[in-house]
Design a protein around this ligand. Structure first.
Ligand code: SF4
Length: 128
């Protein structure tokens, strides 16, 4: 599992994705003593700490829709979820089917995979 951080993996290196510059970050330490280097601004420091301690992602996918002009609607999580929860989130998304009509922003699952984060539609599907 790449989410388990061992001493052998430290320090860890990331590319900051907060802006297009893409600074190469190196993060090391533990507890209250995390050190981020390579960042050109404070946003990279925050990003590096988060990636090191508790990586999260927005998940995008699609969900089957019944009775619509399209078989799928695109969806995304309304916020970041723990990276370790992504397989459970994708399994839940694969099992979902919704009925048309679906509107953009409509909540498809209020608490995706127990993360507390809703799954919302990012495309619409009209009823046929
Ligand atoms: S550290 Fe700052 S400048 Fe560098 S990529 Fe991240 S946000 Fe952009």
């Amino acid at each position: 599992m790449d989410d388990i951080i061992t001493m052998a993996e430290r320090p860890r290196e990331f590319i900051c994705i907060v802006c297009p510059v893409g600074c190469p970050l190196k993060v090391d330490g533990d507890g209250d003593n995390i050190v981020v280097t390579g960042n050109a601004c404070p946003r990279g420091d925050a990003y590096g700490r988060q990636e090191f301690l508790r990586p999260t992602r927005v998940v995008t996918s699609s969900v089957s829709v019944l009775g619509a002009d399209s078989p799928l609607v695109s969806v995304k999580t309304k916020g970041d979820i723990d990276k370790a929860r992504i397989p459970a989130a994708l399994a839940e998304i694969r099992a979902l089917t919704v009925r048309a009509p679906v509107g953009i922003g409509q909540i498809i699952a209020p608490d995706l995979a127990g993360t507390g984060v809703p799954l919302v539609a990012t495309s619409a599907a009209a009823r046929v």
